[in-house]
Design a protein around this ligand. Structure first.
Ligand SMILES: *[C@@H]1O[C@H](CO)[C@@H](O)[C@H](O)[C@H]1NC(C)=O
Ligand SMILES: *[C@@H]1O[C@H](CO)[C@@H](O)[C@H](O)[C@H]1NC(C)=O
Ligand SMILES: *[C@@H]1O[C@H](CO)[C@@H](O)[C@H](O)[C@H]1NC(C)=O
Length: 439
């Protein structure tokens, strides 16, 4: 197995952190954004794709039958929507930067002069079946009188904004945020009494800067304590989409039972380096146990949206690396790098374990396995079009988040598909004479 430690290039970069932080202060509005943009990229030394002539398949073979119940598998056995290819879609995009107000500045690629628009004109076709393009009216019917929460980092927020844009085609929304905090928004769709909320929690568990004045320093993660900014309120939601990613690449100290148990890249002789995968695993463990153990009788559905790969080409994120592809990769043209692969596998293992637990307690845990689809979309990031050209501040190319409209809209195709299968599952269970034996 390849080394899990940061490469020597990454180490060299870490020494330069404070300088970069100063450059970033002028560029980003929120300090939290700075931390989350910077560190993920900093320690990710490999590109998230590699051109390869004969490459091994992007992801390992699917688990043994029964190990993971993909929503939908039960009903259309040949359709695993996570595997497939991108096909041209002349009908896209379904909204623009002029029709949707919810697009974050940094993802507004059209506004900032991205000259090509091909990246908006593809849809995901799973092997062996069709994944319908998101239908806002159908979605709104399903979620009438319900609520949906996004818990995660800026990529999760990117997803929420995509969903808002797609729904705004059919109806309107009002800002119903309880507090004036960009990180905790609520939007209500009065026509359907549906609410979407965002909870900013990049680490899912309690996190604290070791030194508040030095955002480039270490972060303390309390791996067995869910972040109460979401966990305290989450019981009231019918659907929860939880995700986590690049922030875990940042150097961190790990605490359990309030005692230091190890770290990721703290370079301290007395502290065991447990690797970033340990922190990632434990954070998902703790977050998913909120639903299976802490909240008695949680009646909603929890979706885990899988790791979103990055696509820096031609250099590190801060060394001119960019993502200027004009079309998706074919599936034999890209593969996950070591870090993305390990992050993906780690979260899948935690998901499966939580799912087994959830099944015993009738808590619904489902997967939005978008990793492979997004691996192929090196053309879908803002890159240099996430800000004004020639802005007077130094900004790096963003090959982490996704343009809106863009390939991330597909995550809502996955979401609606999975919700519809949920309904079908219930209907099958209720029909007399169609009772399933408990497995
Ligand atoms: C949308 O993008 C176009 C360029 O395609 C730009 O001229 C316009 O100002 C943008 N509108 C908004 C509201 O961002
Ligand atoms: C709106 O939905 C909530 C549940 O999310 C429900 O309690 C409430 O009664 C609904 N309001 C109306 C006017 O139907
Ligand atoms: C490491 O542990 C030793 C013995 O417990 C202690 O004397 C030393 O100060 C520690 N070093 C650091 C850097 O914490």
């Amino acid at each position: 197995m390849a080394s899990l430690m940061p490469s020597s290039t990454s180490m060299a970069l870490l020494h330069n952190v404070p300088k970069f932080v100063h450059l970033f202060v002028a560029a980003f509005v929120f300090l939290t954004v700075i931390r989350l943009y910077l560190f993920p990229l900093l320690t990710s030394s490999a590109f998230s794709w590699r051109p390869s002539a004969p490459a091994p398949p992007p992801l390992p073979p699917p688990p043994a039958p029964g190990a993971v119940v993909m929503a939908g598998k039960e009903y259309s056995s040949k359709c695993d929507i996570s595997k497939g290819k991108w096909v041209p879609n002349p009908n896209a995009p379904y909204y623009t930067n002029d029709t949707c107000w919810a697009i974050h500045e940094h993802h507004n690629c059209l506004k900032y002069g991205r000259p090509d628009d091909g990246f908006m004109r593809w849809r995901w076709r799973p092997d062996g079946c069709d994944l319908p393009v998101f239908n806002p009216a159908q979605f709104l019917e399903l979620v009438r009188h319900k609520s949906l929460a996004f818990v995660g980092d800026s990529v999760g927020r990117n997803h929420m904004q995509s969903l808002l844009c797609l729904l705004l085609r059919a109806t309107y929304a009002v800002d119903a945020s309880p507090v004036q905090d960009e990180n905790f928004r609520r939007y209500r769709f009065p026509s359907h009494n549906f609410t979407v909320a965002s909870f900013w929690s990049p680490f899912l568990v309690r996190a604290q800067e070791a030194d508040d004045d030095d955002p480039s320093g270490l972060l303390n993660l309390y791996l067995d304590e869910p972040d109460t900014s979401w966990s305290r309120e989450i019981a009231q939601f019918d659907y929860v989409i939880i995700s986590a990613g690049q922030p875990f690449l940042r150097p961190t100290m790990f605490y359990e039972n309030r005692r230091l148990v190890g770290c990721h890249y703290c370079r301290s002789p007395n502290v065991t380096d447990l690797t970033k995968y340990y922190g990632y695993r434990m954070a998902f463990h703790t977050a998913l146990r909120v639903f299976t153990d802490d909240l008695r009788g949680f009646g909603g559905t929890v979706f885990l949206r899988t790791y979103s790969p990055t696509h820096f080409e031609g250099g590190e994120w801060d060394r001119g690396g960019d993502c200027m592809r004009l079309r998706p990769f074919r599936r034999d043209e890209a593969r996950l790098d070591e870090v993305a692969f390990q992050m993906y596998m780690t979260q899948m293992e935690e998901f499966r374990a939580a799912e087994r637990e959830g099944r015993k307690k009738s808590v619904k845990l489902r997967l939005l396995d978008t990793t492979e689809a997004m691996l192929l979309r090196g053309d879908g990031h803002p890159g240099r079009y996430g800000h004004v050209a020639g802005a007077n501040v130094r900004m790096y190319n963003d090959c982490v988040h996704w343009c809106l409209p863009g390939p991330i809209d597909t995550w809502n195709d996955f979401l609606l598909h999975t919700m519809k299968n949920e309904g079908r599952r219930l209907a099958t269970r209720r029909r007399p004479g169609n009772e399933r034996k408990p497995s």
